[in-house]
Design a protein around this ligand. Structure first.
Ligand code: F6R
Length: 364
């Protein structure tokens, strides 16, 4: 049932505050200043490296998590796409941790990657949305995302619940490894608890996203740029747009722009910059400046502080509420979903059942 929405995807985008709240209820303690989670079959102190494996949108959730584990828990993370990982047969150190992320828990390549990790004597942990799925049954430890059934082929609420659970894991690892102070630990937990309310605010910019989507719907190619965790959101934004609007889009690390893709920029190419006002803002801003100098049509997604720091009369702007720099990707996922959704609706494509795609890829 789509309720009052025209598509399941729209309904699922709007369900995000509620399903994140539901998910976090399982992982935050009552006063929201600490975590609770299923027992782990390993000690965080004993892990020397994490391997994260997933496909598509779930892979981009993993890419965000890599930045989180490395920055706050000081744990090295290898991340790979399941279809590459499984045939690459990488040597893994016995007793390390492998994390598999999957909405369905039935993606053939992800399942095969997990089977391989087991032969390498990894502790296998799954972040998964379907409790009775093959992946959930195969691993040693399950961290559920409580997104509810996701019907739209393009993943939305599964992605942000994956991010929320991965944030819980990274914060838990950091606390156990004592790489953050008790103060920072509480601060991160409380910031996580605030995400659903901030998401409600972000959803209010839907009207603006629809306006911008008119511009996007006329483009042939669109670039998404970001640094750090915003790079992963740029990749996810480009994937979302491609799969439902059929417009060619690429996500790039903003710093890579001058190593090639800047050659594409002219006044027909919209460039969507994911740039919360964090420690990397100035760096991203200087890349956006290069785009503007070549007449690229910049769409800047930032918070009030970021927009203020970067006045430019020609930019199209989307303003998000300020958030903890660590958790910004969970919020910035929403505008890229809404931009893709409205662009597809304007183009008249089949949003919930895009051509050539299946909800769950059970063949390799
Ligand atoms: C994109 C999308 C896909 C899935 C991918 C993995 O919107 O939905 O890229 O993320 O097929 O599926 P799961 O998470 O079920 O393993």
């Amino acid at each position: 049932d789509k309720g009052n929405f025209s598509h399941f995807m729209a309904k699922e985008i709007h369900e995000q505050p509620q399903v994140i709240r539901q998910t976090l209820e399982n992982y935050l303690n009552a006063d929201k200043s600490g975590l609770q989670h299923p027992p782990l079959p390993f000690n965080w102190q004993d892990i020397s490296r994490i391997t994260i494996v997933a496909c598509g949108t779930a892979y981009y959730a993993g890419l965000v998590a890599k930045y989180w584990f490395e920055s706050i828990a000081r744990l090295p993370v290898e991340i790979d796409i399941a279809s590459e990982f499984r045939y690459r047969t990488p040597p893994l150190i016995k007793g390390d941790l492998a994390i598999f992320i999957s909405q369905s828990g039935e993606t053939a390549d992800t399942l095969a990657a997990q089977a391989y990790a087991k032969t390498q004597e990894q502790h296998c942990l799954a972040v998964v949305n379907v409790p009775e799925s093959s992946l959930a049954r195969a691993v040693d430890c399950v961290f559920m995302t409580h997104a509810g059934t996701e019907i739209g082929v393009a993943s939305t609420k599964a992605f942000t619940t994956q991010l929320s659970v991965l944030a819980v894991l990274a914060i838990a690892a950091a606390q156990a490894r004592q790489t953050i102070s008790q103060n920072d630990y509480q601060h991160h937990c409380m910031a996580l608890a605030q995400i659903p309310a901030l998401m409600d605010e972000v959803l209010l910019c839907e009207h603006k996203c629809r306006e911008i989507a008119y511009q996007l719907s006329k483009a042939r190619d669109i670039l998404y740029l970001g640094r750090g965790t915003s790079y992963a959101i740029a990749m996810e934004g480009a994937l979302k747009l491609k799969e439902i609007s059929y417009i060619h889009a690429e996500g790039y690390a903003a710093g890579e722009l001058k190593h090639g893709p800047i050659a594409l920029i002219d006044d027909t190419v919209p460039v969507i910059a994911i740039a919360p006002s964090d420690a990397l803002f100035e760096k991203t801003a200087s890349n956006i400046q290069e785009v503007a100098a070549r007449k690229g049509r910049v769409i800047l997604i930032s918070d009030a502080e970021g927009h203020e720091k970067f006045p430019h009369p020609d930019f199209v702007r989307l303003t998000l509420p300020a958030t903890s720099p660590l958790l910004s990707p969970i919020l910035y996922a929403l505008p890229v979903q809404m931009l893709a959704y409205h662009t597809a609706v304007i183009k008249g494509t089949d949003v919930d059942q895009p051509r050539n795609l299946a909800k769950s890829v059970t063949v390799e």
